[in-house]
Design a protein around this ligand. Structure first.
Ligand code: AP5
Ligand code: MG
Length: 210
């Protein structure tokens, strides 16, 4: 099953994509994660993408991103399907993807800005074991420390209020038009901010089927 995932920053793409990948036993491919890892490893691409683009809430250029995804999709583990989280993000990326693979489902979590901003503001991560927390919805037991490693939790570099607003703007201008591009196979999940992660996951699985 080849799935792509659309939704604003903070809509819950990463959270749901991990669960979907486990459920269907397909790889979870997040372009945002790929850029963050490349930056941590200080590769030239990683530093360039951070310093000039994602660190400021701007999209990394299409040609760089498409090349990365093309290489990843060519790997053996994608033969039985994949879930792409955060790609495509522009009409150009969608057109390039159409030339490489066919997409079975386009998942789209439709959530209001206010909810997304609150979720992002609360998001924290353990720098050692990478366990995810949210100070509003899934706080650690001890003040801002990982329950497992007892080290201080960190916030993503692009999760400051100014950059989040910039990311939401970029989403409206460049990514929201993709809802029309994928109109034929879109699965729209409405998130009013009151549904739990598990309730949304159940809705997604029902829509996608076994
Ligand atoms: P990327 O990493 O893709 O970030 P994003 O799209 O901005 O989305 P987020 O990861 O912030 O949010 P999410 O929807 O995954 O939410 P999450 O599940 O964490 O991209 C980062 C940057 O990389 C981009 O800005 C761009 O510069 C670059 N980039 C990436 N892809 C690119 C591309 N294709 N082209 C060009 N550039 C690209 O949830 C958020 C929080 O809410 C979590 O704490 C979670 O636990 C909580 N939560 C989720 N659902 C619920 C719920 N139902 N109830 C309560 N809490 C919830
Ligand atoms: Mg994410």
């Amino acid at each position: 099953m080849n799935i792509i995932f659309l939704g604003k920053p903070g809509a819950g793409k990463g959270t749901q994509a991990k669960k979907i990948a486990d459920y269907y036993r397909i790889p979870h491919i997040s372009t945002g994660e790929m850029f963050r890892t490349a930056y941590q490893e200080k590769t030239p691409l990683g530093v360039e993408a951070h310093d000039n683009y994602w660190g400021a809430g701007k999209l990394v250029p299409d040609d760089t991103t498409v090349k990365l995804v093309k290489e990843r999709l060519a790997k053996d583990d994608c033969r039985n399907g994949f879930i792409l989280d955060g790609f495509p993000r522009t009409v150009q990326q969608a057109e390039d993807l159409d030339k490489i693979v066919s997409i079975d489902h386009t998942l789209y979590i439709d959530a209001p800005d206010k909810i997304c901003i609150k979720r992002i503001a609360g998001r924290r991560n353990c720098p050692t074991c990478h366990k995810d927390y949210n100070i509003h919805f899934n706080p650690p037991k001890n003040d801002m420390q990982c329950d497992v490693c007892a080290v201080a939790l960190v916030q993503r570099k692009d999760d400051t209020e100014t950059i989040v607003r910039q990311r939401l703007l970029v989403y409206e201008q460049q990514t929201a038009p993709l809802v029309r591009h994928y109109v034929k196979n879109i699965v729209r999940i409405v998130d009013n901010g009151k549904k739990t992660i598990d309730a949304l996951f159940a809705e997604i699985i029902t829509a996608l089927g076994k």
